[in-house]
Write a protein that binds this ligand. Structure first.
Ligand code: HEC
Length: 151
């Protein structure tokens, strides 16, 4: 290959990379839908019908909470992570589930999070929880709005 060809293919390569880069950042910058603005970005894209309170589901949520959440959202840990008492008064069930299921996406794309992030030592990790797990956690928050009573 002579020098001219070489320069030409290098140029083509650069052009392609630029194109690809602009495509992917384009999809990142897609405007949030009205649902996403209110209820967060993630796998939950429709209203969740909560129905009658379900103590068994809340119990499962309580177990999940102590395994996956307590280490950051436990009592007296408001410098590690925001306190979650009366959470459902501030956030919808769907927002809460999207935060649990897609914390990284939320922190990158949702205005409520991109502004909030400063001030905490860690970010909220993705823990491979399932939609059913997130729903159980919502039931726990719903039936125990004041977490850690007696603290
Ligand atoms: C490693 C620490 C850590 C763990 C574990 C963790 N979180 Fe978080 N969480 C955070 C941090 C830090 C924030 C604030 C992030 C931000 O502002 O983007 C947060 C934010 C949240 C919010 C948003 C609160 C609000 O007021 O908007 C919810 C809801 C939440 N977490 C629920 C949970 C649940 C439920 C679990 C368990 C499944 C969990 N988190 C596990 C660190 C953690």
């Amino acid at each position: 290959m002579n020098v001219q060809n070489h320069v030409y293919s290098l140029f083509l390569f650069l052009l392609l990379s630029l194109l690809l880069a602009s495509c992917s950042s384009e999809s990142q910058r897609r405007e949030l839908t009205p649902f996403e603005q209110e209820h967060g970005v993630g796998p939950v894209t429709e209203t969740v019908q909560l129905g009658e309170p379900d103590p068994l589901l809340a119990e499962r949520g309580a177990q999940l909470f102590s395994t996956y959440c307590m280490m950051c959202h436990g009592p007296g840990m408001s410098r590690i992570a925001p306190e979650l008492d009366h959470l459902l008064g501030r956030r919808s069930a769907e927002y809460t589930m999207n935060m649990i299921l897609n914390p990284v996406g939320m922190s990158r794309r949702h205005p409520s999070r991109t502004q909030n992030q400063q001030g905490y030592f860690t970010s909220m990790p993705y823990q491979q929880l399932k939609v059913e797990d997130a729903r159980a956690l919502v039931e726990y928050f719903r039936m125990n709005p004041v977490l850690f009573a007696g603290d």
